[in-house]
Design a protein around this ligand. Sequence first.
Ligand code: B1M
Length: 211
Amino acid sequence: MINSDELTKAVVEGDSDASVKLTKKAMDMGISAAEILGRRLLPGMEIIGEQFEKEEIWFPELLMAADAMKAAVALLRPELSKSKAPPAGKYVIGTVEGDAHDIGKNLVKMMLEQNGWEMTDLGSNVPTEKFCSVIEEGNFDILGLSALLTVTMYAMDDVIKTLKVAGLRDKVKIMVGGAPVTQSFADQIGADAYAKNAVGAARKAKSLVNR
Ligand code: B1M
């Protein structure tokens, strides 16, 4: 048996060896990937975010916690990404310019893969011009933009404006998300959809292409 708090603690303490070991153990015990993620790993990210905000920890600890989280998520990825749905369409996703946060974006990507979307991942800190050239050259149904910083969410506005200027805005539906993003911000910048989390992203993606 593992104590459910142990894995959360491993993430908070930035202990990648322990987070990997305990995730493997939980999987061997038959605990679902969704439960390991939602009940044990993500709470660790919440705690670490609060500690950082209160200046109880500093950047290196934040980074170590993120690494411990990512190492554990890598083990869950095969199960989380198993496609159970028929092909849904083509979706390109990235975190906007100036923003290095990619854990949430990666979860959204996995959830969409599981729902049958063919995913192209541009990574994080993606320049506005890159989003535009990908839309110009590719044939995607949806462009997903993620941002975790209040300062970088405005890059989403830049992407939409730049696509408009290039005459590409109507070529693709645009979904936005990330902790500081809200429905009213999405409306303000003219996005087609906002999703609060990965499950919502899959639901909204389906409704956007109406298949
Ligand atoms: Co940073 N960071 N960070 N950080 N970090 C936050 C976001 C912060 C809230 C912490 C805090 O102060 N409490 C704060 C932002 C404050 C603000 O802007 N209001 C912050 C800061 C300030 C910073 C730095 C500036 C710190 C510094 O340098 N002094 C710096 C910025 C670097 C940069 O981007 N240029 C920085 C760096 C980092 C690390 C590199 C150490 C690391 C990121 C590692 C990585 O991602 N590879 C990190 C981390 C881990 C966090 C916290 C602790 C956790 C973020 C996370 O992964 N959450 C975070 C505090 C927090 O959120 N509690 C914090 C888990 C993830 C699953 O949730 O990303 O919200 P989230 O994704 C969700 C939804 O938002 C949604 O679905 C996801 C899954 O359900 N979603 C979408 C996300 N994208 C979507 C797209 C969609 C739809 C839904 O459609 C396309």
